[in-house]
Write a protein that binds this ligand. Structure first.
Ligand SMILES: Cc1cc2nc3c(=O)[nH]c(=O)nc-3n(C[C@H](O)[C@H](O)[C@H](O)COP(=O)(O)OP(=O)(O)OC[C@H]3O[C@@H](n4cnc5c(N)ncnc54)[C@H](O)[C@@H]3O)c2cc1C
Length: 481
């Protein structure tokens, strides 16, 4: 029973997760929605307990939340996302900001080892990146709020018991956003299931909401802007570091083993120097995600507001997910034709690529997040050139100084396309600083850190080259130089 799990030490508790996780090995686990019995097995192992407060039967532990997701993602990346959505996206805002009555109604059901599921409904067919255009509405009615609208691509569209739903109330001169805890039976209906390319353990679809919820189920949040929604997404974006770390440990292991086994000509594939380059790129990505994960575990706190960590979280999300995708790509390329075969007995690369593909798209598309990161920095330069700001900003200063990063190419009028690219460069500089800190604090292999930093510096140089490309007029129209 989950009660017994509350007195365990972290090592013992995580040991229990490590015992059940291999059962979900993506090399053999079916590509299908997770059956309720398997979710029961995981909830009984306590995968949701670190998210829940002690008074609601949880273990209430930030670092354990990260570790659970990292361990699961090593065996089965989609399962890492499964737990992240329920814990970090749907339950965390309820734990942090819901009315006590709503907490009492919802949270105990997630502590008991039952196969309970919760989802977060924000994206609509007409808007994902610019959520101010949402058309789902709420209005005050007797005893509570009526919420009406359509949402799509929600994880657990068909299976979630409880929802956190965003909605808007707009009159001619006033706009207000609201967040509501909705029980499925109150009026959350799936009109059509979607067939995703990967992440098969999770069900998706197009959903219609027409529900009346009691007043106490409105989450306390400033309704004037979408800032609370950004805050609600902070934890899952940060969790990409834990997922990336687990996933890339596996991908690195699989890719190396494959390259040793596979004979090409007289020797193993791994004897080919360009193959070794691809393996080095995968390993560097694993190092980067390990460092970002270290930052998540030691410098961030999902148990509290995270909006103050907005720039770090934007950088973590974009860098970790890019690394997951590029490594899955390298691995699939190394495997050759067998990497294009569903269910191949020799490798997991085809599914790994399909699973990783969506990470740069969902939870805030990376292009938008990169733009927002640049805008955040530009708003704080205080008249300094952006490169000077980055040389002094605590999140990038150590990297700029230690590695003499030349970010002068950022000091120009930045159009929208530059804002996106600049955000990537800023995120890479942030990541270099995290790798340095991780190496210093964990005693990790300095060669691994050095290689990862060289790859990140090359990424920054790549952005500088893209700036030049834009100056060459590839977008057409007048250039600013
Ligand atoms: C598998 C999966 C799971 C999901 N889970 C959930 C969930 O649980 N709950 C939920 O509410 N939603 C969920 N979503 C929705 C997801 O968050 C959105 O798809 C995502 O935010 C992007 O929104 P969009 O699809 O409307 O794309 P759009 O907003 O149309 O953007 C499409 C593309 O346009 C470009 N673009 C947009 N803005 C910019 C910019 N500023 N600069 C440069 N390029 C830009 C980018 O290339 C971007 O990828 C999920 C989606 C998928 C595919």
């Amino acid at each position: 029973m989950t009660n017994d799990l509350l007195s365990l030490s972290t090592n013992e508790f995580i040991g229990g997760i490590e015992t059940v996780a291999p059962r979900f090995d993506s090399a053999s686990y079916p590509q299908q929605n997770l059956p309720a019995d398997d979710w029961t097995l995981l909830t009984k192992a306590g995968v949701l307990l670190p998210t829940l407060p002690k008074e609601y039967g949880g273990r209430d532990d930030h670092a354990e939340m990260c570790e659970v997701v990292e361990k699961l993602s090593e065996w089965n990346l989609p399962l890492g996302m499964y737990v992240t959505v329920i814990s970090a996206v749907a339950l965390r805002p309820i734990v942090l900001w819901a009315d006590e009555e709503a907490k009492r109604e919802v949270l105990p059901a997630y502590a008991g080892g039952d196969p309970m599921i919760a989802g977060f409904a924000s994206t609509e067919p007409g808007c994902g990146s610019a959520m101010s255009a949402m058309t789902t509405t709420f209005e005050e009615v007797e005893g509570g709020y009526r919420i009406r609208g359509r949402k799509h691509w929600q994880a657990f569209s068909i299976s979630a018991h409880w929802w956190l739903v965003s909605a808007k109330n707009e009159t001619r001169d006033r706009r207000e956003y609201g967040y509501f805890i909705v029980k499925r039976s109150e009026g959350f209906r799936t009109l059509r299931p979607y067939e995703p390319l990967g992440l098969k353990v999770i069900d998706y679809g197009l959903n219609e909401i027409d529900a009346v919820v009691p007043r106490h189920r409105r989450i306390a949040a400033d309704g004037r802007t979408l800032r609370p929604m950004v805050e609600m997404l902070m934890a899952s974006r940060a969790m990409m570091a834990a997922m990336g770390c687990g996933f890339l440990r596996r991908i690195s292991r699989e890719a190396h083993a494959y390259a040793e086994r596979r004979r090409i000509g007289p020797g193993p594939q791994s004897a080919i120097r360009f193959v070794r380059y691809r393996l080095a790129a995968i390993d560097a990505s694993y190092t980067v995600c390990s460092a970002l994960n270290h930052h998540l575990r030691t410098a961030l706190n999902m148990k509290d507001e995270m909006i103050g960590s907005f720039p770090a979280v934007q950088a973590i999300k974009t860098v970790a997910t890019e690394r997951m995708l590029s490594s899955a790509h390298h691995y699939q390329q190394l495997v050759g034709g067998e990497g294009y075969r569903s269910g191949s007995p020799t490798n997991i690369s085809a599914q790994a690529f399909l699973d990783a593909r969506v990470y740069t798209i969902f939870d805030g598309t990376n292009d938008l997040l990169s733009q927002q990161l640049t805008e955040y920095c530009l708003a704080r330069t205080d008249g300094r050139a952006l490169s000077r700001f980055l040389a002094e900003w605590p999140l990038t200063a150590s990297a700029v100084t230690a590695h003499g990063l030349d970010l002068n190419f950022l000091d120009r009028d930045l159009r929208q396309e530059h804002l996106v690219l600049a955000g990537r460069a800023i995120a890479y500089a942030f990541a270099i600083g995290r790798v340095m800190r991780w190496a210093a604090e964990t005693g990790a292999d300095p060669r691994a850190a050095r290689t990862a930093i060289e790859f990140l510096k090359a990424d920054i140089a790549g952005v500088a080259t893209e700036f030049e490309l834009l100056s060459a007029g590839v977008l057409g129209g007048p250039t600013l130089n």
